[in-house]
Write a protein that binds this ligand. Structure first.
Ligand code: PMP
Length: 353
C-alpha cells in the first residue's frame, strides 16, 4: 500500500485535532485488500446485478484515474488532490480534521456561501462571521479579525455576490497568516480561470483550494468535488474521510468529464453561459437594477429603494412566470435577487420579464 510520509513538523500535523495524530490512516490511495483473484475480504457479493462492471465491489477510496485526470486539469501533482462528495464534503472534512469542537473557530467573509458557517456549527466549532468591505474585497484589518481561527474561508468568485478578489490579495493573506489554513473556494473558477490561486500550491503549505464538477462541468447531481492541498494536509484529511467517498458510477462520469473532449465541451458551455449572463445583466441594468460584476455563472441584482422596480415586485413577476430565483434573508441582501445564468431560450424569457 502506498504510504505517504508525513513530515513530523508539517503544518498539517501542528494544526490537526490532536487525537487524529494517533490514528493510522486506515485507507491508502488503493482499494483495501491486496493482489489476487478471489476477493473474500470485504463481505461483498460475488453476483453482478448491474451492467456496470465491478459494481458489486467497493470502489477505490481515491480512484487513481480520477485523481490523475483532475491533477492534470488543475496543473498540480496527484499527491495534491483529494476527491470528495462535492466541495460541501470537503468543507466539512476540513472542519472535522482541524477544529476542536467547543474551542476552535473558522473565519469567513460575508455575505458568502452559507455552508462554512453551517458545517462549523454542526460540529460545535465557532464562526467568526467577518465582512467583505464596500467593494466586496477582504477587509484591511483581516489578520487581527481572523485572530486564532484555524481555517479562513475565502470564496472566489464569491457566492452570492459574484465578485472576485485578485490572486495577489489572496497571496498577501496566505503570507500574513502562515500558521492558519487559508481555504480558497474556487467552485466557480472555470468562469474566470485567471483568478485561480492553484498555481501557488507548491509555494505555501497553508493554502487549500476547493473545486467541484457541480458548476461549469454541469454535474451537480453526481456530487464530485476536489480538495487541492499539500500531501500532508490531504493525508490528515484521509484520517477523517468516510471509507469510499466517490461511488464507482460517479468516478466513471467524472473521468469522462475530465477527458480532452469533456473539458472542451465544458469550455464551450462556459462561453455560452457567460454570453447569456452578459445579456441578462444588461437587461437587469436597463430595468433599473443595481447589478454587481458577475465573475461566476450568476449575477446578483439589487432592486432597492432607488429603483423603479422593488424587489417584492420582481419576485412576484418571476414567480408568476414559473421562474425560481434565489432571494436572501441576510439584511445586506434583502433587496437582492441572484439569477443563475441560463440557456438561450430561458434567457429570452428572463429578459422579457
Ligand atoms: N462552494 C460554493 C461557493 C458553492 O456555491 C457551492 C454550491 N452551491 C459549493 C461550494 C458546493 O459545491 P458541491 O456541489 O461540489 O458540493
Amino acid at each position: 500500500e502506498a504510504k505517504m510520509s508525513v513530515n513530523a513538523t508539517s503544518l498539517a500535523e501542528r494544526l490537526a485535532r490532536p487525537e487524529l495524530l494517533t490514528l493510522e490512516p486506515y485507507q491508502s490511495a488503493r482499494r483495501i485488500g491486496g493482489e489476487g483473484q478471489i476477493w473474500i475480504n470485504a463481505n461483498e457479493s460475488p453476483f453482478i446485478n448491474s451492467d456496470l462492471d465491478s459494481l458489486n465491489r467497493y470502489p477505490e477510496c481515491q480512484p487513481p484515474e480520477l485523481i490523475t485526470r483532475y491533477a492534470e486539469y488543475a496543473g498540480v501533482s496527484n499527491q495534491q488532490v483529494l476527491t470528495s462528495r462535492g466541495a460541501d464534503e470537503a468543507i466539512e472534512l476540513l472542519i472535522r480534521t482541524f477544529c476542536i469542537p467547543g474551542r476552535d473557530s473558522i473565519a469567513c467573509f460575508g455575505p458568502t456561501y452559507g455552508m462554512y458557517a453551517i458545517s462549523a456549527k454542526t460540529f460545535n466549532v465557532g464562526v467568526k462571521a467577518l465582512r467583505l468591505d464596500d467593494e466586496y474585497q477582504l477587509p484591511q484589518e483581516l489578520c487581527s479579525q481572523v485572530g486564532d481561527a484555524k481555517l479562513v474561508f475565502i470564496c472566489n468568485p464569491n457566492n452570492p455576490t459574484g465578485t472576485v478578489i485578485a490572486p495577489d490579495a489572496i497571496e498577501a493573506v496566505i503570507r500574513s497568516l502562515p500558521d492558519t489554513l487559508v481555504v480558497v473556494d474556487e467552485a466557480y473558477i472555470e468562469f474566470c480561470p485567471d483568478y485561480s490561486v492553484a498555481s501557488l500550491l507548491d509555494k505555501y503549505d497553508n493554502l487549500i483550494v476547493l473545486r467541484t464538477l457541480s458548476k461549469a462541468f454541469a454535474l451537480a447531481g453526481a456530487r464530485c468535488g476536489f480538495m487541492l492541498a499539500t500531501p500532508e494536509v490531504i493525508e490528515m484529511v484521509m484520517r477523517v474521510i468516510a471509507p469510499y467517498p466517490v461511488p464507482l458510477p460517479v468516478a466513471k462520469l467524472a473521468i469522462d468529464a475530465l477527458s480532452k473532449d469533456g473539458i472542451a465541451r465544458m469550455q464551450t458551455q462556459v462561453a455560452q453561459l457567460k454570453a447569456n449572463g452578459q445579456r441578462l445583466a444588461d437587461a437587469l441594468r436597463e430595468a433599473g437594477a443595481r447589478v454587481l460584476p458577475a465573475y461566476g455563472n450568476f449575477v446578483l441584482a439589487y432592486f432597492d429603494q432607488a429603483n423603479e422596480i422593488k424587489v417584492g415586485e420582481m419576485q412576484a413577476r418571476l414567480k408568476q412566470t414559473g421562474v425560481v430565483a434565489r432571494a436572501y434573508k441576510d439584511p445586506a441582501l434583502a433587496d437582492a435577487i441572484r439569477f443563475s445564468f441560463a440557456s438561450d431560450a430561458q434567457t429570452e424569457t428572463l429578459i422579457a420579464i
